[in-house]
Design a protein around this ligand. Structure first.
Ligand code: NAP
Length: 244
């Protein structure tokens, strides 16, 4: 039987591309979405037409009961979970002094608590299979910190520490956990920025271009595969050389 991957936030952007490339590599695929039902259905239809085995599931990954229902669905449909890609995320821009508790909780719950909830559910099955891979889509801001993105940066740093801790704790059980730290990737998240800011960022990147969703998906493909069988607890920076 081919392996099973669950991609959180696979409806759009980076997650969608990761999902597509893993399906094309032969993985059976569960795409999680929360708000973008139409986009998730379109991706699912497109992949099924190409002959791939794909399901979609609506769940707010910051909510324990919804995460549990999603993993129950995954086991019911596919009977396994081999790779978990923790990709769902939201951003928030503003001064720390203007940020209220509600916004802080929303960012941390969506970006970090979700990784705990999903990893915990996935690990139950990975431990009994003595095999599994967890891939956290963090950010370069989780490594260097970003002005006006305190909660986002803290959540992304937390995703890195969580991957390293899971790698330490679950390595003896045959599970690998790693993080990817993308730089400036062209998706809805960065399209919110003005053209001027986007140009300014690009001028600071040694490779002089923003990254593509394919750049991140290729790295996820590597971390999911046996090509990375001795790689665990690492952060792979995919940022055109922006942070070195
Ligand atoms: P995006 O286009 O805005 O997509 C965000 C995804 O997260 C969507 O699929 C969305 O699903 C999902 N999501 C948000 N809240 C959710 C929730 N509560 N439950 C389930 N899914 C939820 O962003 P992106 O650029 O592809 O970013 C993907 C990941 O890469 C994020 O974690 C982001 O922090 C990280 N990243 C991005 C960049 C960049 O430059 N773009 C750089 C570094 C790191 P719905 O629309 O269905 O709700």
């Amino acid at each position: 039987m081919s392996k099973v991957v669950l991609v959180t936030g696979g409806s759009r952007g980076i997650g969608r591309q990761v999902a597509i490339q893993l399906a094309k590599e032969g993985y059976r695929l569960l795409i999680n979405y929360n708000k973008s039902q139409k986009e998730a259905q379109e991706t699912c239809r497109f992949l099924r037409e190409e002959g791939y085995q794909v399901e979609i599931f609506k769940a707010d990954v910051s909510k324990q009961d919804q995460v549990k229902a999603m993993f129950d669905f995954c086991m019911d449909r596919f009977g396994s979970i081999d790779v978990l890609v923790n990709n769902s995320g939201i951003s928030y821009e503003g001064l720390i002094t203007d940020m209220d508790e509600e916004d802080w909780d929303r960012i941390i719950d969506t970006n970090l608590k979700s990784v705990f909830l999903c990893s915990k559910e996935a690990l139950k099955h990975m431990i009994s299979n003595h095999s599994g891979k967890i891939i956290n889509i963090s950010s370069m801001w989780g490594q260097v910190g970003a002005s006006c993105e305190v909660a986002y940066s803290a959540s992304k740093a937390g995703m890195i520490a969580l991957a390293k801790s899971v790698a330490q704790e679950m390595g003896p059980k045959g599970v690998r956990a790693n993080a990817i730290a993308p730089g400036f990737i062209d998706t809805a998240m960065t399209q919110q920025l003005s053209e001027e800011i986007r140009k300014e960022w690009t001028s600071k990147i040694p490779l002089r271009r923003g990254g593509t969703t394919e750049d991140i998906a290729n790295t996820a493909l590597y971390l999911a595969s046996d090509l990375s069988s001795y790689v665990s607890g690492q952060v792979i920076q995919v940022d055109g050389g922006m942070n070195m």
